[in-house]
Design a protein around this ligand. Structure first.
Ligand SMILES: NC(=O)c1ccc[n+]([C@@H]2O[C@H](COP(=O)([O-])OP(=O)(O)OC[C@H]3O[C@@H](n4cnc5c(N)ncnc54)[C@H](O)[C@@H]3O)[C@@H](O)[C@H]2O)c1
Ligand SMILES: [Zn+2]
Length: 361
């Protein structure tokens, strides 16, 4: 039987829904058929599981998940349509109503089986059902494995914007079967690779090099991403300070997503954003030419974009309306070497200049 790597994530000191001992993230191969081995019994043996997926993940993995969990407790399967447009109140309502019809109780456990959308919507349903039931995340995309399944953020989109309603609800456990990632196409893998490269630039040159050389989907590499994200989140569970560094490349990235009418996916936009932040840092004398070049070539070698040809004026406008703007300034995260970043508070009026140096204009 292949090795399982377990990373412990410290409890969020503010979030009352987390047991005080935190939770474990298990990474390995073939874990989907062994889910029962990793279901935490803290909070009591589950009396029922709600296995929530989108239609794709339910079809791909639902039967195996159910077969693995049925010996522990009865399972109800809940599937909703995939896609960002279904990360919605309707899907949330469908999940909650299905949970109630199946008579789930406070002792039941939601199993979020899918990508980041499933994790966010099912996690929010778990936070809301009977004022909060346990949730086990079983991420099946690289994005979900290295990013969204850890940290406890759950959300749905509203008409006014993405992720506008949600809750902090830490999982009881995260179970990552690297074999499930084999069914993903290259474009989706690249989306997760972008976030993994980002984690490397934040805290670990070794991780950056490993991801850039094609090892992103290996259990040890995934586990290292989880360690970094968990460490950053533990240092700042409510996004007041250090957690902001996870937004490396995201201020530029969000502008690219928006200006492309979301034709450029989040990960691809973030990859370009990371390179733009690196270029800006180099022009400002914070990052060496060599590290900047290594970042850009690492991103390119993963098949990700390193810049954008969208119109500068539209990008400036999008950045000015970015929701993370606070009191007339924007916090840019800038690399100072591969493995370390700084937060650069930038007055709104300096944004156009920041964009110019980021685009090398
Ligand atoms: N909560 C957080 O901290 C956080 C962090 C990052 C992203 N997110 C959210 O995550 C979402 C994006 O997540 P995503 O990129 O995983 O998208 P996704 O959940 O839409 O998954 C992408 C597609 O891949 C399919 N899929 C999933 N697993 C598969 C597999 N193993 N094989 C084949 N196909 C598979 C899905 O059905 C879907 O069509 C966004 O809504 C974003 O806001 C949340
Ligand atoms: Zn991101």
């Amino acid at each position: 039987m292949s090795e399982v790597i377990t990373v412990h994530v410290a409890a969020d000191p503010i979030d009352a829904t987390v047991a005080d001992s935190g939770y474990d993230v298990h990474v390995g191969r073939g874990l989907l058929d062994r889910l029962a081995d990793f279901i935490p019994l803290r909070g009591g043996t589950p009396d029922m599981f709600a296995i929530v997926g989108d239609r794709t993940t339910d079809a791909l993995f639902g039967d195996r998940a159910e077969a693995a969990l049925r010996p522990v407790a009865p399972c109800v399967r809940i599937a909703f349509d995939g896609g960002e447009e279904h990360k919605s109140l309707d899907s949330l309502g469908h999940i909650l109503e299905s949970m109630a019809s199946a008579h789930l109780t406070r002792k039941s456990v939601v199993v979020a089986l899918g990508g980041g959308i499933v994790g966010d919507v099912a996690g929010f349903a778990a936070a809301a059902y009977m004022r909060g039931v346990r949730c086990v995340q079983v991420p099946t995309t690289l994005v979900a494995a290295v990013d969204s399944s850890v940290g406890g953020k759950t959300a749905i989109n509203l008409a006014a914007g993405k992720n506008l309603a949600g809750a902090f609800h830490q999982p009881s456990a995260v179970i990552i079967d690297a074999d499930t990632l084999k069914a993903l196409d290259d474009y989706r893998i690249a989306d997760g690779v972008a976030e993994a490269l980002k984690h490397g630039i934040l805290r670990s040159r070794e991780l950056f090099d490993s991801v850039a050389s094609g090892h992103a989907c290996e259990p040890e590499t995934i586990a290292e991403n989880v360690r970094i994200k968990a460490a950053v989140v533990a240092e700042d569970a409510r996004e007041n300070g250090v957690r902001k560094i996870l937004n490396l490349g995201h201020t530029f990235g969000h502008a690219i997503e928006k200006c492309s009418n979301f034709e450029v996916s989040h990960g691809h936009a973030v990859a370009a954003g990371v390179c733009m932040a690196s270029r800006a840092a180099r022009v400002m004398g914070k990052l060496s030419d060599a590290d900047c070049a290594a970042i850009v070539s690492g991103v390119a070698s993963c098949g990700l974009p390193t810049t954008t040809d969208l119109k500068r004026a539209a990008l400036v406008e999008a950045m000015l309306s970015d929701k993370k703007r606070a009191g007339g300034s924007v916090d840019f995260i800038l690399p100072i070497r591969i493995g370390e970043v700084v937060i650069e508070r930038t007055p709104v009026e300096d944004i156009p200049r920041m964009l110019d140096i980021a685009l090398d204009l």
